[in-house]
Design a protein around this ligand. Structure first.
Ligand code: PRP
Length: 211
C-alpha cells in the first residue's frame, strides 16, 4: 500500500507537530534523527513525512504529491489554494497585526500610508475592507526594520510573544487575524485514500480535543 505522505512545515511548527505524532503513538525516531534528510518515514503507521517551507507545503498539497499537510493559517491566508482545511491543531498560535512606532496615531492624517510586510495579500485585503488606499512594500526579512528606518508607517506581521515589537520600540495598532496550525488535505487524496486519511484525521482530532 502506498504510504500517506504528510508535508510538515519546518521550523516553528515542526516540534509541536512531532509532539502530536508522538501522542498518536507514531515512531518518530527518524524525525528526531533526521540530519539533512528531507523525506522521513514513520514505519509503523505507513506514513512518509516531507519537511518543507510553509508556502511549499501548500504547493505540494495542491499538486497532489503530498496527501496531507501541517501549515500555519498565516500561510493559508496569504497564499490561498484549493485543498480541504480540516482541523485547527491548536498549536502555533499567534496573530497577524498592524503595528508601528510606539505612541503614534496610525489613523490620523490624509496622506497615503506605506505598509511593509511579508504578507502583501493579507495586507491588501485588510485595508481594502477598511476602504483605505495604502502602498504596500514587500519585505523578505525582519519587517520591523521598515518603520524604524522610516520606510513605512506601519507593518503587517506575525506577532507571537510581542517581544520583537517591544524590543524595537514598536506596538500593535490593531489585530488583523488570529493564526494557528491547520491540517490540510488534498481533495483527490481524500477520495482515493478516504479510510486511511480519515483514520489519521480522527486520531489527530481525538488528541487535539484532549489538549
Ligand atoms: C516572526 C515575525 C516577527 C517575530 C514575532 O518572524 O516576523 O519578526 O516572529 O515573534 P514575537 O512576537 O514572539 O517576537 P520569525 O522569527 O518567524 O522569522 P521570519 O522572519 O523568518 O518569519
Amino acid at each position: 500500500m502506498k504510504p500517506i505522505r504528510i508535508a510538515l512545515t519546518k521550523g516553528r511548527l515542526e516540534k509541536d507537530t512531532v509532539a502530536l505524532f508522538e501522542k498518536l503513538g507514531f515512531d518518530c525516531t527518524q524525525l528526531h534523527n533526521k540530519g539533512r534528510k528531507l523525506i522521513l518515514t514513520i514505519p509503523d503507521a505507513n506514513i512518509e513525512v516531507v519537511l518543507a517551507k510553509a508556502a511549499d507545503v501548500i504547493t505540494y498539497i495542491e499538486h497532489g504529491v503530498c496527501d496531507m499537510g501541517v501549515v500555519g493559517k498565516d500561510t493559508i491566508l496569504e497564499y490561498g489554494g484549493s485543498f480541504f482545511e480540516v482541523t485547527d491543531l491548536g498549536f502555533g498560535k499567534c496573530k497577524f497585526a498592524l503595528a508601528g512606532k510606539q505612541g503614534e496615531d496610525f489613523y490620523t492624517g490624509y496622506a497615503e500610508k506605506t505598509i511593509a510586510t511579508k504578507y502583501p495579500n493579507v495586507t491588501r485585503r485588510f485595508f481594502e475592507e477598511k476602504g483605505m488606499d495604502v502602498r504596500i512594500v514587500k519585505i523578505e526579512g525582519s519587517v520591523e526594520l521598515a518603520p524604524l528606518l522610516n520606510l513605512a508607517d506601519g507593518i503587517v506581521d506575525i506577532v507571537e510573544t510581542g517581544t520583537t515589537l517591544r524590543e524595537n520600540g514598536l506596538e500593535v495598532y490593531e489585530d488583523v487575524a488570529q493564526v494557528s496550525a491547520r491540517l490540510i488535505v488534498n481533495t483527490v487524496s481524500l477520495k482515493m485514500y478516504q479510510n486511511e486519511i480519515e483514520k489519521i484525521i480522527g486520531q489527530i482530532e481525538s488528541v487535539c480535543a484532549k489538549a
